[in-house]
Design a protein around this ligand. Structure first.
Ligand code: UT7
Length: 330
């Protein structure tokens, strides 16, 4: 069966930078608390009128330029996000229109922080089976407009940022390939990281009473997320290694979802690798959910952290819970 390669990658973040000092003006928090607990120094938040699809389109254009792919070549759009522009439809159809693509298939997937790897896996299957020649996979997120930026929401508000990353998938060239993807979920942790409202389980889906109670804001049991993340990350990274007969010595760089610098450090320690082989850019962007891995992949490539032919591993953990990894020969 033919293989899939990533032939282009790109990212885009909104212009507006929000520093920890700026958050100190909005809520009872401190630069010191945020940096010590998470490693985050600043994040980018959208301005009025800027939506998830806009960020995704800008990232996609960069990935298309790197791959040398024109809009008419794209056969499928997979858009990974928790935060589509509107409640429905998904943002993927807006991407089709804004990029001037043919009337190709386009859909959103909602697998939280793991969604980009889920999307990569879907795109990989389409190419391997010959259903598509060129797939655009985007991870994009606007979290800032959902946050409670007062002291009662500070545990979440300081962590999240907005942004987008994208890749172009093409049939492999005999060297570069997505070697394997591994997807997992455990729904019993639903309420450890979730946003309840608006919800189709309720009629009406959102009411003044719900808004007054603040049920439209995301909630997280941070300690439980942390505890599970530091187990699932190494587990799913090892699964990628074992499947491909690789060891950590074969891996040029691990690119984890950017949830918290302390999570990445704990994962590196459990795996027995130095932080020089675990990519981190959380200090600049915070946690951008489905966008964090393609943004990190793009920056790491630009910074020359790995070369064509090197092995890298992508790994994610997040709401659902969901977790996933991908082994790639770049
Ligand atoms: O993509 C996956 C999504 N999320 C994650 O991966 C996050 C996983 N969890 C974490 O990263 C950490 O649990 C956090 C960074 C969220 C929190 O760190 P922690 O060391 O677990 O802190 P904590 O929640 O136990 O809170 C410690 C204290 C509390 O005060 P008291 O009860 O000890 O008086 C909080 O109220 O820190 C307080 N606190 C804050 N203080 C200043 C919580 N948020 C803030 C804040 N600024 N923003």
């Amino acid at each position: 069966m033919r293989q899939t390669m990533i032939s282009g990658v790109g990212y885009h973040v909104p212009k507006r930078v929000v520093t920890n000092r700026e958050l100190e003006q909005l809520m009872d928090t401190s630069d010191e608390w945020i940096v010590t607990r998470s490693g985050i120094r600043e994040r980018h938040w959208v301005e009025e009128g800027e939506g998830t699809s806009d960020l995704g389109v800008a990232a996609a254009q960069k990935a298309m330029t790197m791959a040398g792919v024109k809009p008419e070549a794209i056969d499928l759009v997979v858009f990974a996000t928790l935060t589509s522009d509107y409640f429905f439809p998904g943002s993927s159809a807006q991407v089709q229109e804004k990029l001037g693509l043919r009337n190709v298939g386009a859909f959103d997937i909602k697998a939280a922080c793991s969604a980009f790897i889920y999307g990569l896996s879907i795109g990989d299957q389409f190419i391997k089976t010959g259903q598509a020649e060129t797939v655009l996979v985007i991870g994009a997120e606007v979290q800032s407009t959902a946050l409670n930026v007062s002291t009662s929401g500070r545990d979440m508000a300081v962590l999240f940022g907005d942004g987008a990353g994208a890749v172009i998938l093409r049939p492999g060239d005999g060297r570069s390939a997505i070697l394997s993807t591994h997807l997992h979920a455990d729904g019993k942790h639903l309420k450890d990281l979730w946003c309840e409202v608006p919800a189709s389980r309720f009629n009406p889906r959102v009411s003044h009473e719900m808004l007054n109670e603040g049920r439209q804001y995301p909630l997280m049991n941070g300690r439980e997320v942390f505890r599970n993340a530091i187990v699932r990350f190494p587990e799913v990274i090892n699964e990628a290694l074992t499947t491909n007969g690789l060891t950590l010595d074969d891996i040029a760089l691990i690119i984890p979802h950017q949830a918290n610098l302390r999570i990445s450090q704990a994962v590196a320690k459990r795996l027995g690798v130095g932080m020089d082989r675990v990519f981190s850019n959380i200090h600049k962007y915070g946690n951008t959910t489905a966008a964090s891995i393609p943004i990190a992949l793009s920056e790491a490539w630009e910074e020359g952290r790995f070369s064509r032919g090197d092995h890298i591993i992508l790994a994610a953990f997040g709401a659902g819970f969901t977790w996933a990894s991908a082994a790639i020969r770049w």
